[in-house]
Ligand binder design. Structure first.
Ligand code: SF4
Length: 192
């Protein structure tokens, strides 16, 4: 079903493979990501790693998937913020796969199904509007907006390596783009 919803590949993984590491969440804050604090789903507003680690330890299985983002070139180099940031569509489809899988599992009886996407829901959906949830109202996209894997401390690179998916960080502007093999966006749904 992940493939039906737009994933390029998917794997059923033991939940015990998922590493929650304080350093991952801290990387959203040091150096400060330009999306940090902008939405209720980004650090420092996301659940603390201890809570996430304890909760995820209660699951046995998860569906991990990736989306190949093509063309990769516009996404592999860190944009120059001084030149203005382009609207990000990198993770948009990932939110949809996560939301659909989570809802399907929920309706199939897995009522504790829980999914995390990648990146920032503000970048994906609300763009220039302030986060409504952060202002005390409801989220504009309650079934789509959610924290990223990295925002709750999940080591996404480690998981990609475990299932054999090539993965590269968004590179410094002076890195040769030819040295970056692909761009992927990753999501996960803990099912049971
Ligand atoms: S999608 Fe929801 S949580 Fe995310 S920025 Fe918009 S209102 Fe806030």
């Amino acid at each position: 079903m992940a493939l039906t919803y737009g994933a390029s590949d998917a794997a059923i993984v033991p939940a015990s493979w998922v590493v929650v590491d304080e350093r991952v969440r801290l990387k959203c804050l040091v150096p400060l990501c330009y999306r940090a604090g902008e939405s209720i789903n980004c650090p420092p507003h996301t659940p603390e790693p201890d809570l996430v680690r304890q909760a995820l330890a209660r699951y046995r299985w998860a569906i991990l998937f990736k989306r190949d983002v093509e063309p990769a070139a516009p996404h592999v180099l860190k944009p120059d913020k001084r030149a203005g940031l382009p609207p990000s569509t990198f993770h948009n489809g990932t939110y949809d796969v996560v939301g659909n899988l989570e809802a399907l599992a929920f309706n199939d009886g897995y009522y504790l199904a829980l999914g995390f996407s990648g990146g920032s829901c503000k970048a994906a959906f609300c763009r220039n509007l302030p986060c409504q949830a952060l202002q005390g109202g409801g989220c504009r996209f309650p079934l789509r907006g959610r924290p990223s894997m990295e925002g709750v401390g999940i080591d996404v690179f480690d998981l990609a390596n475990k299932v054999g998916w090539p993965v590269y960080p968004i590179a410094h502007k002076d890195v040769d783009p030819a040295s970056i093999g692909c761009a992927i966006s990753v999501g996960i749904v803990f099912v049971h």
